[in-house]
Design a protein around this ligand. Structure first.
Ligand SMILES: [Zn+2]
Ligand SMILES: [Zn+2]
Length: 251
């Protein structure tokens, strides 16, 4: 908590600069106009298999997401390229920053974009947002201590503010390491460490599950299993970026 307060005081004393290029940031206090244009452009990139954007593509998600809202299996803002030129991509660089330091305007940027898509889907599929909750797989206890916050929790809170869907902590970690962030061979699942939170009370609940990046889908699958076993009616994953299916792999 103290880190958050000090971050906000620092923002007041030193107006924020674009976290990507360091230039003065735009009106919303986050990305400069050039980086914002790149970020928007990345959301328009097409899947090589189905030729849809990350927001519409469902390739490779069949075993990961079992819930549909409209014709979508997830909300994703952009594709993530684990073995490609991800280092240069604005979205992936922002996710790295998002994990490492508490940044209100960055969180709000992601949350606002994800929330807009959630609300559109709810409307299209005649779902009542008030019947849903937003939750997240928490980061490891070790990383929570190291960075002083849980990026999933602050994103869930922010999504809750934008959508009016209440957020709730339903999962916990029982020790173990968080899956490695954004690097090759990433996300060896330490599934034993993800548990249902005490007093989770998800029986008959409809759940939006926020995870920053979906790579193998192992975290989302494990979380969905836990929540479904505890009685959740459905679990719909949302993320900032998701891995892109290779074009040769077929559907
Ligand atoms: Zn910039
Ligand atoms: Zn696709």
């Amino acid at each position: 908590m103290s880190k958050r307060i000090s971050a906000r005081i620092l923002d007041l004393l030193f107006p924020p600069h674009c976290p990507i290029c360091g230039k003065g940031s735009g009106k919303d206090g986050c990305l400069c106009p050039e980086c914002l244009a790149k970020y928007d452009g990345e959301q328009k990139e097409k899947c090589p298999v189905c030729m849809k954007t990350a927001g519409d593509c469902t390739c490779g998600l069949a075993g990961v997401s079992r819930t549909f809202l409209g014709d979508k299996r997830t909300v994703a803002l952009a594709f993530y390229h684990p073995h490609g030129t991800g280092g240069a991509r604005v979205t992936e660089r922002l996710v790295r920053i998002f994990k490492k330091r508490y940044d209100r305007s960055l969180t709000d940027l992601f949350a606002r974009d994800i929330s807009g898509k959630i609300l559109l889907l709810m409307k299209a599929s005649e779902e009542d947002p008030t019947e849903w909750i937003v939750t997240f797989p928490p980061r490891s206890n070790e990383n929570r201590r190291k960075y002083g916050f849980d990026q999933g929790q602050i994103a869930a809170k922010s999504i809750s503010r934008y959508t009016g869907i209440p957020w709730k902590k339903t999962l916990r970690r029982s020790g173990g390491d968080e899956q490695k962030e954004l690097c090759r061979g990433d996300r060896e699942l330490n599934s034993g460490s993800l548990k249902l939170a005490r007093n989770a009370d998800v029986n008959c609940r409809k759940i939006i599950l926020f995870d920053d990046i979906i790579t193998t889908g192992a975290t989302v699958r494990a979380a969905t299993d836990l929540l479904t076993d505890a009685g959740a009616e459905c679990v719909f994953p949302v993320c900032i970026a998701r891995v892109q299916k290779e074009s040769k792999a077929g559907k």
